[in-house]
Design a protein around this ligand. Structure first.
Ligand code: ZN
Ligand code: ZN
Length: 367
């Protein structure tokens, strides 16, 4: 049951939408995310010097010298860091514990604390998109066979000597990011059409809280991963080649891009309003525009599919800017089946049942 009255919810939405924070706050927030960036990319750092310092070597030494307790603490901190940080920034402004997005977990429709259960379940599952995303570069650094495989794809698409200087490497890198994001954009759009029965699970959350970033079932993760794979891999092949040639500067950009996808996902599902100023917002999708994607106002349906970039949304006419935020009346899907059953059943069984039912009906119709 929802613990908030309609008026309280309306007040809360008005509050988070109209909130004003100084630019310094956001800069501090983004800088504070850097430790997570370094931790998550430790395996794919270029093994070369940056400003005459071999960061990878120093970082590897630091990790190897950690004892078991310190190593566990750092791992736990890296997982919890976005939660701690976002909650802190939410609290600094409002000073009201009720305004914490984590505090709203108990008021989301469905079983109590279901989002917490979904988050824990998502931590242990296989993440194909994520693996392609980070590990492709990682694996290519350890396995010469895999590196050759990537190089072969690349060489069959682009003659090597075309991109042999740093300018063309940079162009190729940007192209890689765009292809990568296009893969994600397409799979999200498909999720809203042919795979809605399973994607509805993500949209069934009636409160935006940091945890429902992970409200995506195993079946959905896997199918999306397969749809993403060709374009995501192609993007990574381009990025990989560019990093091989450009090394640190492009690696830093790739890392920022990767962590933006990770951290902005958490912010976009929180109560922390983060809308980028104009020149940036033409390229990057402000995390809080994801609120529109979850809005229950029909005017906002099927909009802002992007993950980090909004370029594909702008190009395909699915972009809605921050001026629409004021029209949000609430979040989620009315009477979603995903809020009616046990979280374990909703996470593992219901998506399969719903998809099977849809396919069965389609199959019968086509007969
Ligand atoms: Zn969606
Ligand atoms: Zn979402």
């Amino acid at each position: 049951m929802n613990n908030f009255t309609k008026e309280e919810n309306r007040y809360f939405l008005k509050y988070i939408i109209n909130i004003r924070r100084s630019k310094v706050t956001y800069i501090v927030l983004l800088l504070a995310l850097i430790p997570r960036v370094i931790w998550m990319t430790r395996d794919i750092m270029p093994d070369s010097s940056f400003l005459s310092l071999n960061i990878k070597l120093n970082f590897d030494n630091f990790i190897n010298n950690l004892n078991l307790i310190n190593s566990f603490s750092i791992k736990a901190l890296s997982v919890g860091w976005p939660f701690i940080l976002i909650s802190l920034f939410e609290l600094i402004k409002s000073k009201n514990i009720q305004h914490l997005s984590l505090a709203r977990i108990h008021s989301s429709k469905g079983r109590k604390y279901a989002d917490l259960i979904y988050y824990i379940l998502s931590m242990v599952e296989f993440k194909l998109s994520y693996l392609t995303y980070f590990a492709t570069l990682g694996i290519s650094r350890f396995s010469t066979g895999f590196k050759t495989f990537l190089n072969n794809i690349y060489e069959s698409l682009v003659p090597l000597d075309v991109f042999s200087n740093s300018f063309t490497s940079f162009i190729m890198f940007i192209l890689g990011l765009l292809i990568f994001e296009l893969g994600m954009y397409i799979s999200h759009r498909i999720s809203h059409a042919f795979l809605w029965e399973i994607h509805e699970f993500h949209h069934s959350a009636t409160e935006m809280n940091i945890l429902n970033h992970s409200r995506v079932g195993t079946l959905h993760q896997t199918i999306n991963g397969i749809i993403d794979l060709p374009l995501v891999l192609l993007g990574v092949v381009f990025v990989n080649q560019a990093i091989e040639q450009g090394q640190w500067p492009l690696f830093v950009l790739w890392t920022i891009f990767g962590i933006a996808g990770d951290c902005f996902g958490f912010i976009g599902h929180s109560s922390l309003k983060l809308v980028f100023p104009k020149p940036i917002s033409y390229i990057f999708l402000s995390p809080s525009l994801h609120w529109l994607h979850h809005s229950d106002n029909p005017k906002h349906f099927n909009k802002n599919f992007g993950r980090v970039l909004c370029i594909w949304d702008q190009l395909f006419g699915t972009y809605l800017d921050e001026s629409n935020l004021k029209d949000i009346n609430g979040f989620g899907i009315k009477d979603s089946e995903y809020n009616k059953f046990n979280p374990l059943y909703c996470y593992y069984v219901l998506p399969i049942k719903k998809l099977y039912k849809k396919l069965k009906i389609k199959f019968r119709v086509s007969l």
